[in-house]
Design a protein around this ligand. Structure first.
Ligand code: NDP
Length: 328
């Protein structure tokens, strides 16, 4: 039997956590033959720790055959100990009257502490996914706070945008999502992200040519994908936690187990590809193999796409400037 892998999850008693933990323990993250140990972090207050206890009682009651252990933590130094995977879900939500700058700073503090803890105690091969918003900048901060870990091990979640775009294209073309290949999402996990189906194919045929409607791209598709989170909050009254959890599972599973040549989108530190400055935590189309991702190279960037990429890059650069003083 395989040795168990340690999966640390922060914000574990939150909405996304509630959709995420059961699927990890069920084998959806790392495979149906891979035992897992869950190391769950919540903030150090009684309400959160009690809620976490309740979630763990439910996890226990599922009697998951693959679950080799579960522990509750309030300190990242114990939660991240020897972690093979770290899902950083917990983040400070925007409260009434809070400005964007305050939100960035509050989260910068959290992700500095967590980056340092990962640096100190996690597996040297730990794969980190940041879900908590602003995800790209939080991931950048954690990466910069962990100089002894490879920068490439820090990633941000763009997969929900990718999956949302897939589902819109499937609905528009009447084809199954699984038949769509070569979709790319560029940039920040925010409404500025650029979902790009210019290279996408269905059964080998061009999606762009079969849709053949640039106005639909610009006026319907991109805004629908960008505003999907808001539309779900308006409809349900609460946020899109289950689809976010599902995207987190997709991201890490594909990173660990490989995509077999299929393109997926990951927020990763740029290596300078496509003119994105090195280390910018940016959504790129990638393929993965043997636990490593590779940016899809050589794609032609037309004027419209360049404009969109510049816009999302500008937002990320501003976010980064906003927290620079905290990274001294
Ligand atoms: P959720 O579990 O719903 O969301 C957690 C984070 O994921 C938020 O930053 C949220 O961003 C982000 N997110 C990314 N994509 C999505 C999506 N599609 N839909 C919804 N959220 C998305 O938040 P809860 O408040 O229920 O739970 C958070 C938990 O984290 C709490 O239990 C809290 O105690 C804990 N926490 C931990 C901290 C820490 O680790 N130090 C700090 C603060 C909180 P957005 O805000 O933009 O929706």
């Amino acid at each position: 039997a395989k040795a168990p892998m340690r999966v640390a999850v922060t914000g574990a008693a939150g909405q996304i956590g509630y959709s995420l933990l059961f699927r990890i323990a069920n084998g959806d993250l790392l495979g149906k033959d891979q035992p897992v140990i869950l190391q769950l972090l919540e903030i150090d207050n009684e309400k959160a720790q009690n809620a976490l206890k309740g979630v763990i009682m439910e996890i226990d009651d599922c009697a998951f055959p693959l679950l080799a252990g579960v522990s509750a933590h309030s300190d990242p130094m114990t939660a991240f100990k020897d972690a093979d995977i770290a899902l950083l879900v917990g983040a400070r939500p925007r409260s009434a009257g809070m400005e964007r700058k305050d939100l960035l700073e509050a989260n910068a503090q959290i992700f500095t502490v967590q980056g340092k803890a990962l640096d100190a105690v996690a597996s040297r091969n730990v794969k980190v996914l940041v879900v908590g918003n602003p995800a790209n900048t939080n991931a950048y901060i954690a990466m910069k706070s962990a100089p002894n870990l490879p920068a490439k091990n820090f990633t941000a979640m763009l997969r929900l945008d990718h999956n949302r775009a897939l589902s819109q294209i499937a609905a528009k073309t009447g084809k199954p999502v699984a038949s769509i290949e070569k979709l790319a999402v560029w940039g920040n996990h925010s409404p500025t992200m650029y979902a790009d189906y210019r290279f996408a194919t269905i059964d080998g045929k061009s999606v762009k040519e079969s849709i053949n409607d640039d106005a639909w791209n610009k006026d319907t598709f991109l805004p629908t994908v960008a505003k999907r989170g808001t539309a779900i909050i308006e409809a349900r009254g609460v946020s899109s936690a289950a689809s976010a959890a599902n995207a987190a599972i997709d991201h890490v599973r594909d990173w660990v187990l490989g995509t077999n040549g299929k393109w997926v989108t990951m927020g990763i530190p740029s290596d300078g590809s496509y003119g994105i400055p090195k280390d910018t935590m940016f959504g790129f189309p990638v393929t993965t193999e043997n636990g490593e991702y590779k940016i899809v190279q050589g794609l032609d960037i037309d004027a419209f796409s360049q404009e969109r990429i510049n816009l999302t890059l500008k937002e990320l650069t501003e976010e980064r400037e906003g927290v620079k003083h905290l990274l001294a």
